[in-house]
Design a protein around this ligand. Structure first.
Ligand SMILES: [Zn+2]
Length: 380
């Protein structure tokens, strides 16, 4: 008997030793279509099985299926192709769907091409700007989520080592995510367009770094990254202060490796002065000081001090991101026009994606790439 008990304990210890302990959630909850002002209707085009309010297979032949918000409830309709008539299939407080094929659930949101999603989709009714809308949540297995981030964030032809670097950053970011909290699918956190663009090579490279995280002095780092720094990244504290976390470990580094990016050169936009002053409550932002990378470090708007990042967010949301894609911006004012000159794309702190691809092209590994953009950090 004692021998059996000893054997069981040894087996248990072997299992515990062999099984890595992760604190990242097994499933990630992603709120879809975050960047849209409202989602009144979704179109389902395939790979979907309804599991709530009733279990039901959908045959995607001869009809188009739509999910719509209706007076606090959610309804599924079949719309005949080419016809205006539609038939109510089911209605409930929420509709829960799961994938029925190997390619994920195929969903179309107006104005956006079809996206495929893995895991489960939960659709609830909501309101946006006083109108009925849908709240769409994708509960996706964590590995599938990381595959999706790598495929959504980076161009397909980027080098494998630059994609591995991004995968480590995403996995490190997930360590900060409690199980129950949902994150968005836009570049506000990380761009996630589901699994439709994921290739087998993405799965292989993510799996190869799945246990690795980025640390600075023994603590996990908040892994900031952006598209293009256009010459030099910035200190985290310079860009995000006066608000934001302590980012003193995020140091500026020179980067000439992102010259292949379409955002490397200056972008000049001329807009109406009134449009800009409306964004800032009647005032115009005045740059009082720049950091070593040429980004605004101290900005005054009326009597208020704003960080470079806060000012850039207001400009981008108010004017459109194509007019001011990067945080290295300068504002010149004439009587009724404002000229905004910017370079780079994204906030300019941490890893530069185009630079990472450039470094990978020079033969650098993902470890060397991460240690370059996060000086003093270590991968474990
Ligand atoms: Zn760069």
């Amino acid at each position: 008997m004692a021998l059996i008990r000893l054997f069981a304990w040894v087996c248990l210890l072997i299992i515990l030793w062999a099984e890595p302990v992760y604190s990242i959630p097994r499933y990630v909850k992603v709120r879809l279509f975050e960047a849209r002002a409202g989602v009144p209707r979704l179109q389902l085009t395939g790979g979907i099985k309804i599991i709530e309010p009733v279990s039901r297979d959908i045959a995607f032949t001869g009809a188009v299926y739509t999910v719509e918000a209706e007076g606090g409830r959610v309804a599924l309709y079949a719309v005949r192709k080419g016809g205006r008539s539609r038939t109510l299939i089911l209605r409930g407080s929420r509709i829960v769907m799961e994938e029925s094929g190997s390619r994920g659930m195929r969903i179309v949101f107006s104005g956006r091409s079809a996206c495929n999603y893995r895991g489960i989709i939960v659709v609830r009714s909501a309101t946006a700007a006083g109108r009925p809308s849908l709240d769409v949540l994708n509960e996706v297995p964590v590995r599938e989520f990381v595959y999706g981030i790598v495929a959504s964030e980076l161009p397909r032809d980027f080098a494998v080592e630059s994609k591995k670097a991004l995968a480590v950053l995403t996995l490190t970011r997930l360590e900060f995510l409690p199980d129950q909290r949902a994150i968005g699918d836009s570049t506000k956190s990380e761009l996630y367009t589901g699994c439709g663009r994921v290739r087998e090579s993405d799965r292989v490279l993510v799996d190869s770094v799945f246990k690795e995280r980025l640390y600075y002095k023994g603590r996990l780092v908040l892994p900031y990254y952006h598209s293009t720094c256009a010459g030099c990244t910035s200190d985290g504290d310079d860009l995000f202060r006066p608000d934001g976390d302590d980012l003193s470990y995020l140091k500026a580094v020179k980067c000439e490796h992102c010259k292949g990016s379409p955002f490397y050169r200056n972008k000049v936009s001329v807009v109406d002065r009134r449009k800009v002053t409306e964004i800032f409550g009647g005032a115009l932002p005045v740059v009082l000081a720049q950091d070593g990378a040429g980004r605004p470090k101290s900005i005054q708007v009326g009597k208020q001090d704003l960080s470079c990042y806060q000012t850039w967010l207001k400009l981008g949301r108010g004017l459109g991101w194509s007019r001011v894609p990067g945080t290295r911006f300068a504002i010149k004012s004439t009587k009724d026009k404002i000229e905004i000159v910017s370079s780079g794309a994204g906030h300019g702190v941490g890893l530069c994606q185009w630079g990472a691809n450039g470094l990978a092209g020079l033969g650098k590994s993902y470890r060397e790439i991460l240690e370059y953009y996060f000086p003093g950090s270590k991968i474990k």
